[in-house]
Design a protein around this ligand. Structure first.
Ligand SMILES: [Zn+2]
Length: 437
């Protein structure tokens, strides 16, 4: 059967009253589940509309347009909405915030983003559907997540489950290329996190997987210096070993001593060396000049490191500094490490929430959920709020792959499945009895 049926035909085929009720679901759960099944074509058309509007991070107008479309939808659901503007100099779109305040259950924070990596001049601009697959810029990252949030909340509304709930939705406009410094651009998100009990992140995921942690990322820079001299006297006492051998030693020891540690990866992304070098961290471009008969006086390596916890980062940093500090003769080296994204460690509470999510999935007939290890997830906005929320689920948006490439695609049937899972989970969490931990 074609997936995209005209709405009217779909409702003839599946009138609400004739939708099978799943016996293990409560009346309210059945209502939400059926509400969503009834609207799966409408949801897909809504996704198509969002994907066909370019919202590359630098296209501030486009990002805002996506936000305005959603703003109207959230207002219709009784949410109060506002834009959290960033300083003009950042040249980034604001964060759209939609909030409902109530007194029942847990306070939820739902996170997604309006922007994509595909700028206005990218050749990848259109939504295209083939069977159960739809390709398009941002179709899962993160517009699929946006429609999962919206429809899950619509289902809650239809089941009167929103009435006394506290739910905030944060839709950032600069997730793919954060406004700098992030201590300012992530502030609206952090403020909301401080008032929330549970954070749910609707970034894309692999089918039937979710995560409870994300790795942190830092960038590191090694700069080695060597003595000037003719190649014929290298390794002599006065000439020493040169900056390039020193760099090779450092990198090899790092690989031998830290490589293979669980959850830790590091990668020297670029190296320049010779008699003279220059390098620009921002553009990733460097120049070097050298001769085969000159001992290199300078070498520079820039790389990244990813880790599960701050403790793992600190230990790795200590080991790297020790390696960098035990120089070859006639050389010296410096090491600098700057965190760009904090780690979001898995907590017991998050694991507990994951188990409940998996039970809901089984109740819906979709089977158990699998835990996607933090190592296999990139960073994301939720990482910035990890210190402020003890309970989080990561990657409960649309299923698919190829994000950040023209192969980005969504598995269309996952929109309904993920919306049902999210709706049932949220409905449980906003129950009055959830107040007690
Ligand atoms: Zn994303």
């Amino acid at each position: 059967m074609p997936i995209l049926k005209p709405l009217i035909l779909s409702s003839l085929l599946f009138p609400l009253s004739l939708l099978a009720n799943t016996p293990q679901l409560s009346a309210q759960e059945n209502l939400m589940s059926n509400y969503l099944a009834e609207r799966k074509n409408e949801q897909l058309l809504f996704l198509e509309k969002l994907v066909n509007i370019n919202s590359g991070t630098q296209n501030i107008e486009g990002v805002k347009k996506i936000g305005e479309i959603l703003q109207a939808e959230f207002e219709a659901l009784g949410f109060k909405t506002r834009w959290a503007e960033l300083p003009a100099g950042m040249q980034r779109a604001p964060t759209l915030i939609a909030e409902r305040k109530g007194s029942a259950g847990k306070k939820l924070l739902l996170i997604a983003h309006l922007d994509t990596v595909f700028q206005k001049d990218s050749p990848f601009q259109k939504f295209e559907q083939k069977g159960n697959i739809a390709t398009g810029p941002g179709v899962i990252d993160n517009k699929g997540g946006l429609v999962v949030i919206l429809y899950a909340l619509k289902a809650l509304q239809a089941a009167h489950a929103l009435d006394d709930a506290s739910i905030a939705v944060a839709m950032t406009g600069d997730e793919e290329n954060n406004g700098k410094p992030t201590s300012i651009s992530r502030q609206p998100l952090i403020e909301l996190a401080k008032q929330s009990d549970i954070a749910l992140d609707f970034e894309p995921t692999i089918r039937n997987h979710a995560s409870v942690g994300r790795r942190g990322t830092a960038h590191w820079l090694i700069e080695a210096k060597g003595n000037e001299g003719h190649s014929s006297i290298i390794f002599s006492k006065e000439a020493g070993d040169g900056a390039i051998f020193e760099t090779a030693r450092i990198l090899n020891q790092m690989r031998e001593k830290l490589g293979g540690e669980d959850g830790l990866t590091f990668n020297p992304g670029i190296i320049v060396g010779g008699t003279k070098t220059d390098y620009d961290k921002i553009s990733g471009r460097g120049n070097s000049f050298g001769r085969t008969n000159l001992i290199p006086q300078t070498a520079l390596v820039n790389g990244d490191i990813r880790y599960l916890t701050a403790a793992q980062r600190d230990l790795a940093k200590k080991k790297m500094e020790a390696i960098v500090g035990s120089n070859l003769p006639g050389t010296s080296a410096t090491f600098q490490l700057d965190e760009v994204l904090p780690p979001m460690p898995a907590t017991e509470k998050s694991l507990g929430l994951f188990k409940r999510y998996s039970q809901i999935s089984q109740k819906l007939g979709y089977g158990e959920m699998q835990l996607l290890p933090a190592n296999l997830r990139g960073g994301g906005d939720i990482s910035y709020i990890a210190p402020y929320v003890s309970t989080s689920l990561v990657g409960i948006g649309a299923h698919g792959s190829g994000e950040h490439s023209p192969q980005e695609h969504v598995e269309i049937d996952s929109l309904l499945m993920q919306s049902q899972r999210a709706a049932l989970l949220m409905q449980e969490l906003v129950q009055p009895r959830e107040k007690i931990d």
